[in-house]
Design a protein around this ligand. Structure first.
Ligand SMILES: C[S@@+](CC[C@H](N)C(=O)[O-])C[C@H]1O[C@@H](n2cnc3c(N)ncnc32)[C@H](O)[C@@H]1O
Length: 294
């Protein structure tokens, strides 16, 4: 079944799959029968794995509650979700450019007014998908009060959703456990038959280039260090870990932050073109890190 990610996501790995795929551990689909992704985002690697390997268990997690609400709505109430999406999209498509712009801000206000509780909110999930496809660069940024504040994008005719793809995703999500929370909570699920792909918010290459504001939580160097000890813990359990991050050496040759943090692991540098970039760095080819314990 061909599955594509249904969101645009900062740091999405769609463009890099050809370079990441050869680094999946040998034994995936045989003795490695569990897959865990603690920072799911747009899920490019997860969708690649679930459509290519038959494993016994898949677990995905993210700290972004609205994102997890969307995955759960697709899993548990796809038909209502498609109904909402169809209504919003057909209305939007009939509007002029100026009307579309105003409509975007109406939808954003509506989205921000819906408070999530413990139940799945299908309407918020539909608005989440709509905003993701019509906002500036597919960014997800919130203010201190968790209010989504990305301005409207300038698209002529944006594709909002692909019905067949969402139906396929709903079907495959039936075998997936979807968690909301900090990455560390996935530790309880990890054993020596697990492959974990870790794609955290990247360490900014310059002080001003941070675009990792996916949520109200900050992912600074202290968090990168906390993540490295999580990786050491799961390494001790015998699990297979692969993790992505930015390469500090793109901007500062002597910055050995990750080389030191992961000196007992394997570090591969791959070339990437950043899709969403900072103000101070132009779009172009830069290196990214792939860190593994195998
Ligand atoms: C680089 S993105 C993941 C990109 C994804 N792999 C893709 O292909 O689209 C990082 C994700 O980490 C999430 N995140 C940030 N802090 C977190 C934390 N402490 N625990 C779990 N998830 C977190 C963000 O909400 C964001 O979705």
């Amino acid at each position: 079944m061909l599955i594509k990610p249904f969101l645009k996501w900062a740091g999405g790995k769609g463009q890099l799959l050809n370079k990441i795929r050869p680094l999946y551990p040998q034994g995936l689909g045989n003795q490695i029968n569990k897959y865990i992704e603690p920072f799911i985002g747009g899920g490019a690697v997860f969708f690649d794995i679930i459509s290519s390997y038959k494993l016994d268990k898949y677990i995905i997690n993210d700290i972004n509650k609205e994102l997890i609400n969307t995955y759960k709505a697709i899993q548990q109430d796809i038909h209502s979700l498609l109904e909402y999406l169809s209504k919003i999209t057909s209305y939007y498509k009939k509007l002029s450019t100026e009307e579309r712009n105003l409509f975007y801000y109406d939808i954003r206000n509506k989205y921000n007014s819906i408070v999530l509780n413990s139940c799945i909110n299908v309407e918020k999930a539909a608005l989440f998908i709509f905003l993701n496809k019509t906002c500036f660069n597919g960014l997800y940024r919130v203010n201190r009060n968790n209010q989504f504040n990305v301005p409207a994008g300038k698209y002529k005719d944006p594709a909002i959703y692909d019905k067949e793809n969402l139906l396929n995703i709903s079907q495959i999500l039936q075998k997936v456990e979807i968690l909301w929370g900090d990455f560390a909570t996935t530790n309880n699920y990890i054993d020596n038959n697990t492959f974990i792909y870790i794609d955290p918010p990247y360490r900014p290459l310059t002080k001003t280039s941070s675009f990792t504001n996916y949520s109200t939580y900050i992912f600074d160097d202290k968090e990168q260090i906390r993540l490295s000890s999580f990786i050491n813990d799961i390494d001790k359990k015998g699990a297979y870990v692969l993790s992505s991050n930015s390469d500090p050496k793109n901007t500062s040759e002597n910055d050995n932050f990750f080389d030191e943090l992961y000196r007992t692991k394997n570090i591969i540098r791959i070339e990437a073109t950043r899709a969403i970039n900072s103000n101070s760095l132009k779009r172009g080819k830069i290196n990214e890190l792939l860190i593994s314990n195998y």
